[in-house]
Design a protein around this ligand. Structure first.
Ligand code: ADP
Ligand code: MG
Length: 271
């Protein structure tokens, strides 16, 4: 049986558009006819809010619930609690309770692979599972990386990410012991201010530093006020600001991700 490709959107720096990219890549892929599950793996619940569930503390089933069920080996319906967004993606939501899971995992037997075990029960229903990681490299993020086939790293085009990137690559290196097939699909330059040379200079520097070992997506996501507004509307950029540069950029980026391939053989990355 084929399994959906699991992609972690990861960077321990906050504000680099992990959440925005997860939502718009997911909906971009759904618009191309793909079945997509988005997983909110941040206790802030920003993805859950951004997709239209701002009252996420009242949700009965979240990522915390299903991970807790895996840890305690309870029988449960793995699809219970998955929400359906009207632009065609599914969402496993989160709220602040996930911060307690960080501690629970420390003493759990399968502490690094709890999320993988959960996703193995649902991923056959999807072409893509995209995990929106939190801004840290703690246990939840380790779980996301251990469950993933690949990682996409959004990087703010205005700043040189040097130090943070080294840390992230080290963590990915460690997780490869649990998940040898894990690969970095690429770096996505975001919040690029096309009016300045800085975005271009940063792109060139990143290309020089990492281009030899990592792919840098051709598409850059421009900075735009409307794109920032989207996170309060419950909609994607495609619905909220159709025809805009940011919508076009996310459509182009979606095509680049599609070109990397979707389904993975059952036993490839995830044992
Ligand atoms: P992260 O998940 O990495 O913390 P977010 O996706 O929450 O990042 O984005 C950080 C902030 O930038 C949010 O306020 C968001 O609305 C805003 N934002 C996202 N994309 C853009 C964009 N293309 N242009 C301007 N602001 C953006
Ligand atoms: Mg976020």
């Amino acid at each position: 049986m084929s399994n959906g490709k699991v992609i972690a959107i990861c960077n321990q720096k906050g504000g680099v558009t992990k959440t925005t990219t997860t939502a718009n890549l997911g909906i971009g892929l759904a618009m191309q006819g793909k079945k997509v599950l988005l997983v909110d793996a941040d206790p802030q619940g920003d993805l859950t809010t951004a997709l239209g569930w701002p009252d996420n503390d009242s949700l009965p089933v979240t990522l915390t619930t299903v991970m807790d069920n895996i840890i305690h080996e309870r029988d449960f319906d793995p699809f219970e609690g998955i929400l359906h967004h009207d632009e065609g993606v599914d969402l496993l939501p989160s709220n602040i309770e996930l911060s307690g899971m960080e501690m629970t995992l420390v003493t759990a037997m399968s502490r690094e692979i709890t999320l993988r075990e959960y996703l193995n029960r649902v991923r056959h229903q999807y072409d893509y599972v995209i995990i929106d990681c939190m801004p840290s490299l703690g246990m939840i993020t380790i779980n996301a990386l251990a469950a993933a086939n690949s990682v996409i790293v959004p990087v703010q085009a205005q700043y040189l990410p040097a130090k943070g990137m080294t840390q992230l690559m080290k963590t990915i290196g460690k997780v490869k012991k649990l998940n040898p097939a894990l690969k970095v699909d690429g770096i996505l330059l975001t919040l690029a201010d096309m009016r300045t040379n800085l975005a271009r200079l940063t792109a060139e520097t990143i290309q020089r530093q990492y281009g030899g070992v990592l792919k840098i997506y051709k598409t850059q996501i421009p900075i735009a006020v409307k794109a920032a507004e989207t996170s309060t509307t419950g909609k994607s950029i495609f619905a909220y600001d159709k025809g805009s540069k940011v919508a076009q950029a996310y459509a182009d980026f979606t095509k680049e991700v599609l070109a990397d391939g979707a389904k993975t053989k059952s036993k490839s990355a995830v044992r």
